[in-house]
Design a protein around this ligand. Structure first.
Ligand code: ARG
Length: 407
């Protein structure tokens, strides 16, 4: 594919990979534009614009997308309790479709025919960028210089030096890190040995449980329609609530994940995540759902949640199935309102209390006190009919797998 004379908008982080991409695009004769997005990753965005222009960008845009990220991506993820493999709160996977969408918007603004990203050919991110772009702007072409050019790190450094791109001068971290407001991932280096315990230099958002305060911290998360609205009784916009909870839970060593993950491209990878707020919020949200949703909805929703997480992980955010699952999930959240109290203590987060104005829990029914309103006499008849098929089978066949039963 020739890029000669083409306008290309590149997702730019300011780091080495995407800086090299920028220069490379320029050298192909393209007119590159850089787009830096703030998704709450906490990196300084200040000199990113100057750096991009210096390297050769025709223009560079620095945009704050935190609010949109929280509202359109994180919030649905919370309602769906979206955890891939039951553990990973999908922060990177949720961020990529938004970055792709913003690339498309910028491409429309400058009249570009191409968008570009710095993903390698081994990960999930390339899939998310490419498929999202295809889903929302099938007329645009996606360029992935790192993947297509197949440069390794030393070659990138060499190329950068040759072209006057500033390379990291401090001793390079062995890790590959990606972060946004919803969490932080750490991969590579010594972590590629799945039997190697991560050392403390891996972590930034969480204390080691053994260094966490000796006193437990109680925190109350209040929800309305399935979304957190207040922390310890103080109403906060969701983005601020997440940031604040990241600090509180992280201080108590809550939020570390160490997992083997199945990537879409078929590789198993070892991943370390730090996501204190995400894990605490999903834990509290699930708990509140048990108090406010019916048994049937809860049982059915579990399978939807798993599919939701997989679609998110697999780059299928802007697809009809995902939209349909959103409709289901949103419907279930109308009555999910109340407060959950968590006890944070040396790396653990435990639910110790929950209240809801429209709780389906009824103490009068559940109590073992003699004044319970539950009609125990009705139980015998219910069980006789409930067990009828089992009794019938046993009568005809003499029971099932008798030989394996303990004598
Ligand atoms: N394994 C996670 C995912 O696939 C995190 C990927 C982090 N991405 C990165 N470019 N470092 O969503």
């Amino acid at each position: 594919m020739t890029l000669e004379g083409k306008k290309v908008v590149l997702a730019y982080s300011g780091g080495l990979d995407t800086s090299v991409c920028l220069k490379w695009l320029e050298q192909q004769g393209a007119t590159p534009y850089a787009l830096y997005l703030d998704l709450g990753q906490g990196e300084p965005a200040n000199d990113v614009k100057a750096k991009a222009l210096d390297i050769g960008a025709a223009d560079a845009f620095v945009r704050d997308a935190k609010e949109e990220f929280v509202r359109e991506y994180v919030a649905p993820g919370i309602k769906a309790n979206a955890l891939y493999g039951g553990k990973y709160p999908l922060f990177t996977a949720l961020g990529r479709p938004l970055i792709a969408k913003k690339l498309v918007e910028a491409a429309r603004e400058v009249g570009a025919t191409h968008v570009a990203h710095g993903s390698t050919g081994k990960g999930n991110d390339q899939v998310r960028f490419d498929v999202t772009t295809a889903s929302i702007a099938p007329d645009l072409t996606v360029v992935a210089p790192v993947r297509d050019w197949n440069m390794n790190r030393p070659e990138e450094m060499e190329y950068a030096k040759e072209h006057g791109i500033p390379v990291p001068t401090t001793k390079e971290s062995p890790y590959s890190v990606d972060a946004n407001l919803w969490g932080r991932s750490i991969e590579a280096g010594p972590l590629e040995d799945p039997d190697h315990e991560p050392t403390e230099d891996v972590f930034e958002l969480t204390s080691a449980p053994e260094d966490a305060p000796d006193e437990p911290r109680y925190v109350e998360i209040s929800f309305e329609e399935g979304l957190p609205t207040a922390l310890d009784g103080e109403e906060l916009p969701l983005g601020e609530l997440i940031a604040s909870l990241n600090t509180i839970a992280g201080e108590h060593g809550v939020g570390r994940v160490d997992m083997i993950e199945d990537r879409l491209v078929g590789i198993k990878s070892r991943e370390i995540y730090e996501c204190p707020a995400a894990l605490a919020i999903v834990q509290a949200h699930r708990e509140l759902e048990t108090l406010t949703l019916t048994k049937d909805v809860l049982r059915f929703k579990v399978s939807v949640e798993q599919r939701y997480a997989e679609l998110t992980y697999d780059g299928l955010w802007f697809t009809p199935l995902k939209a349909a699952l959103d409709a289901f999930v949103t419907e279930t959240q109308k009555t999910v309102m109340g407060t959950v109290r968590l006890k944070l203590y040396k790396g653990s987060s435990t639910v110790v209390g929950r209240t809801a104005p429209r709780a389906l829990y009824n103490k009068d029914l559940a109590t073992y006190d003699p004044n319970s309103t539950f009609d125990e006499a009705a139980a015998a008849g219910f069980i006789a009919l409930w067990g009828l098929p089992a009794r019938q089978w046993a009568g005809v066949h003499g029971g099932i797998e008798q030989e394996t039963m303990v004598q």
